[in-house]
Design a protein around this ligand. Structure first.
Ligand SMILES: Nc1ncnc2c1ncn2[C@@H]1O[C@H](COP(=O)(O)OP(=O)(O)OP(=O)(O)O)[C@@H](O)[C@H]1O
Ligand SMILES: [Mg+2]
Length: 274
């Protein structure tokens, strides 16, 4: 009897040992430390989701799906995980953004009305308008009160505290260059923004165009993670692709993954096939 118990104990022990070794090679979801995007296929290649409370840079050429990814992250946070979120638009105005995102099933207006989403429209077309409401803010910009990154960050912090947000998407960083009337976004501004967002524990997606004119890539280094999106126009890898370039503290996929954008769904990421 004792022999049987000892053998069972050994068997369980061996099983646990092999399982723990085997699992360490898999992408293990850790929901407490991970902020799930809910984007089909993405969390699996990120070891369960984005590391919580970190700043993730989403880079890509125009039209590669950055805006959709940011909106999907915020929409899914609310709809699937009951995590309120803040969306900052520095480029596209709120009305166009909402209309475009509705096609994917992201009902930004309803989420605002339910008090779970705050949209901050700081797009160039809006910066001279002064209007705020509970769920939407237009930043004010006049020669007396010029656009300033700390204003945007203050709005985000106040909004996040008010609705209990855990996530934010900022779309898109190079637009700061125009708003600040500088050739390139300064290192200090990016450092200030990312530092402040981390300090209040927000998991942040910073969306960023790959501009050939930009010489400063500070954002790559100050971010805790970098996801790169691209479009291959020819060859066997033709189509949309996504790669996790870096994700601090995470065992993530190092492969290039095909992805798709479709109506009613948004972004889907597929197995690399490797
Ligand atoms: N309803 C739709 N169904 C399928 N694909 C769509 C739909 N609407 C847009 N798309 C695709 O998504 C692309 C735009 O994605 P998105 O706006 O997220 O890109 P982006 O990387 O943010 O671009 P930009 O650099 O211009 O900001 C379009 O160019 C188109 O290919
Ligand atoms: Mg965009």
């Amino acid at each position: 009897m004792i022999g049987l118990a000892t053998n069972t104990y050994r068997f369980v022990h061996i099983l646990l040992y092999f399982n723990s070794n085997f699992l360490s090679y898999m992408f293990i979801p850790d929901n407490s430390a991970r902020c799930r995007s809910g984007v089909p296929g993405l969390d699996d290649i990120l070891g369960g989701g984005f590391p919580r409370g970190r700043c993730i840079l989403v880079r890509g050429d125009c039209g590669t799906g950055k805006t959709i990814l940011g909106a999907q992250f915020i929409n899914n946070g609310i709809v699937q995980y009951k995590e309120p979120g803040v969306l900052v638009l520095l480029e596209q105005n709120a009305a166009h953004f909402k209309k475009d995102m509705f096609a994917f099933g992201f009902d930004i207006q309803s989420l605002q009305e339910s008090g779970q989403l705050v949209l901050i429209d700081a797009s160039l077309s809006r910066v001279n308008l002064e209007k705020t409401s509970a769920s939407e803010a237009y930043l004010h910009n006049t020669p007396k009160t010029p656009f300033c990154v700390s204003d945007v960050v203050d709005y985000v912090v106040a909004a996040a505290k008010e609705i209990g947000a855990t996530r934010v998407s900022i779309d898109n960083l190079p637009a700061l260059d125009n708003l600040l009337k500088k050739v390139e976004t300064s290192r200090d501004d990016i450092l200030y923004m990312s530092g402040k967002l981390r300090s209040i524990g927000l998991t942040s997606l910073l969306l960023c165009d790959n501009l050939k004119t930009r010489i400063d890539d500070t954002e790559n280094y100050v971010s805790d993670g970098v996801i790169s999106m691209e479009y291959q126009y020819s060859g066997p890898d033709m189509g949309r692709r996504l790669v996790v370039q870096k994700m601090r503290g995470t065992k993530h996929s190092e492969h290039i993954h095909p992805m798709k954008i479709s109506k009613g769904v948004g972004i889907e990421v597929f197995d690399s096939g490797v």
